[in-house]
Design a binder for this molecule. Structure first.
Ligand code: GDP
Ligand code: MG
Length: 299
């Protein structure tokens, strides 16, 4: 299955509601526009985005005399794609690079580090993994399994160790070894909390001060959390000045639109998207492909 098919399958549930308005009747009338705007709001894209996109599309339909709903599909995908904040630098390709992964528990940080490390190693990059999630013993084990599977070294310390010191050590080791890509996993909590933000701010501060390579802070967000994901993103970005996003669990959620809302509101690029639990289930993000998969293709 190609990249696009996997993505399209993953976003099937987000697409269902949109398809309904495109197929029902198929006539572009007043109801169509109301339904479209509602559906975009329901799809977690945010009221303002939904209104702007609907207005623009409505103008385009009038200008180009588009009267069938299906004629508007590609125009909608193209308009939605513009809502995303584009990526200027890819921290996983433009090496040397140190990436710190942050996010609440269960967002998919450790899995994403594992997937990215495995892929970078395959591409011949010199990778080092840092295990700065010293909050839970199981977290270190989980990361170790990924590291071992990929044949990559991991630097960590025992449970309870100071994550900022772990990060410092990882960077020293990376320098000694001439590592190109340093991926540092950090601890989350069930929710955002001042304690978590203080701990992570320290990790980020140490990394930015110590590293001789560019440091990126990547926020991992579970798409299935919908609006709550947007709230998390606001808090993390405020506390840590995040550089970009990875949105996970886009397979089988009806909340794919949240990716668009977060990228737009916080002006953050999406570096990768997660569409499953296995090593290959992490994809490059292309805004137009994503929106076409969300909207559906065809006349
Ligand atoms: N379906 C699906 N599951 C994912 C994805 N990414 C991570 N997971 C699963 O989400 C759960 C939590 O992931 P984990 O990496 O431990 O999250 P962390 O607490 O942020 O480190 C695990 O069961 C992962 O297999 C994804 O893109 N799709
Ligand atoms: Mg983890």
């Amino acid at each position: 299955m190609g990249f696009f098919d996997t993505l399209r399958n993953g976003l099937a549930r987000s697409r269902e509601a949109l398809n309904e308005i495109f197929y029902m009747g198929g006539e572009v009338d007043e109801d169509f526009w109301v339904d479209l705007e509602d559906t975009l709001v329901m799809g977690d894209m945010g009221a303002e985005v939904a209104a702007n996109v609907t207005d623009d599309l409505r103008e385009q339909a009038a200008r180009e005399n588009l009267t069938r709903a299906n004629q508007l599909k590609d125009a909608l995908a193209k308009r939605l794609a513009k809502v995303f904040t584009p990526m200027e630098r890819d921290p996983f390709e433009d090496v040397p690079s140190c990436v710190l992964f942050v996010g609440i528990n269960g967002a998919g940080k450790t899995t994403t580090v594992g997937k990215l490390a495995g892929r970078a190693k395959k591409e011949g990059k010199n990778v080092l993994i840092g295990g700065a999630d010293t909050f839970r013993a199981a977290a270190i084990e989980q990361l170790d399994i990924w590291a071992e599977r990929a044949g990559i070294d991991m630097i960590t310390r025992d449970r309870g160790a100071d994550p900022a010191s772990v990060c410092y050590e990882v960077l020293e080791e990376a320098e000694k070894r001439g590592s190109e890509l340093v991926l540092v996993d950090t601890a989350g909590r069930l929710h955002t909390s001042p304690e978590l933000m203080r701990e992570l701010a320290k990790v980020v501060g140490v990394a930015r001060k110590r590293a001789t390579m560019p440091v990126s802070v990547v926020l991992v967000i579970d798409a299935t959390t919908g609006q709550n994901g947007l709230n998390q993103a606001r808090e993390f970005n405020e506390a840590l000045d995040v550089d970009g996003l990875i949105i996970t669990k886009l397979d089988g959620t009806a909340k794919g639109g949240i990716a668009l809302a977060i990228s737009n509101e916080l002006k953050l690029p999406i570096y990768r998207i997660g569409v499953g639990e296995k090593i290959d289930d992490l994809q490059a993000f292309d805004a137009l492909d994503f929106c076409r998969a969300l909207v559906g293709e065809g006349m």
